[in-house]
Design a protein around this ligand. Structure first.
Ligand SMILES: C[S@@+](CC[C@H](N)C(=O)[O-])C[C@H]1O[C@@H](n2cnc3c(N)ncnc32)[C@H](O)[C@@H]1O
Length: 258
């Protein structure tokens, strides 16, 4: 189910039409009271809202909140994700093949990586594109955002094996939606519930591992829930386990310049 896009302000009409054409949204000016999820475009940007919870909104914002806090206090190259990707003085190029709302892409770009962020879900891709566009106008982070390129489409198609190592990304990073039980769902904040309801589960994620391994030059990194089985049942070279997550590293070559 793709939520409809509501435009309450005529000045946003043109941009809304562009989004509708690019991502296949249906435009609406009024929604029935029982509409469960909808997209809203206003002067603050694009957000996903949940009908029953008017104050609940999912929006990509790299300038404030959690993203800004992590940029300033996140621990730099000491973070598990940085170690898993292999960031050092050499900043690897990364294909983030399950970009979502771009939080991990932003962390990696903050640490100096060039990131190609791939997202197939139209609502998520549109939210991310909108967040990147607004962030590019923020002088504090414009240089970070310039390192992120969004590719709208499925990484099943976008990840193509390349023979020439000079044209391979150093790292392919995967963070598919994993199964969530009821207990976990009750704890997830309302805004993330909206995200999960729209995206669902990535039941085809196992197939991505083989494609990622055929594409990367140095390593593939998979983010998993702490106790989840490895993707495709394939044991990694090693894992970095944190409080909530685990990074499974499939090493192919040392992460360094060619
Ligand atoms: C758990 S979220 C990723 C969160 C992300 N790492 C972040 O930091 O915001 C998984 C995302 O991957 C996307 N996805 C899953 N399989 C994909 C594929 N084959 N191609 C592109 N996107 C995919 C889903 O639509 C979803 O938005």
């Amino acid at each position: 189910m793709t939520p409809r896009l509501i435009v309450q302000d005529n000045r946003q009409q043109r941009r809304a039409e562009q989004l509708a054409a690019q991502y296949g949204f249906t435009l609406a000016t009024v929604l029935p009271d029982d509409e469960q999820f909808y997209l809203c475009l206003d002067e603050q940007g694009l957000s996903l809202k949940q009908g029953n919870f008017p104050r609940t909104a999912v929006q990509v914002n790299f300038s404030e909140g959690a993203a800004a806090h992590r940029r300033k206090f996140g621990g730099g190259q000491g973070q598990d994700i940085a170690k898993a990707i292999g960031i050092s003085a050499y900043k690897p190029t990364v294909v983030d093949a399950t970009a979502g709302l771009g939080r991990d892409s932003f962390v990696l770009a903050t640490l100096g990586c060039r990131v190609f962020a791939q997202e197939r879900q139209p609502v998520v891709a549109a939210l991310l594109a909108d967040g990147l566009q607004r962030a590019a106008a923020d002088p504090d982070i414009a240089d970070i955002i310039a390192r992120i390129s969004l590719q709208y489409g499925s990484s099943h198609e976008l990840l193509q094996p390349v023979a020439d190592p000079a044209h391979k990304p150093d790292v392919v990073y995967l963070d598919p939606m994993f199964e969530h039980d009821d207990k976990q769902t009750a704890q997830v904040k309302k805004d993330m519930q909206a995200f999960r309801a729209v995206v669902g589960q990535d039941t085809d994620a196992d197939d991505l591992l083989e494609k990622a391994l055929a594409c990367a030059r140095c390593r593939v990194v998979v983010k998993r829930a702490r106790k989840a089985a490895p993707l495709a049942g394939r044991a990694p070279s090693y894992a970095l386990t944190g409080k909530a997550n685990r990074f499974d590293v499939y090493a192919l070559a040392k992460v360094q310049a060619l």
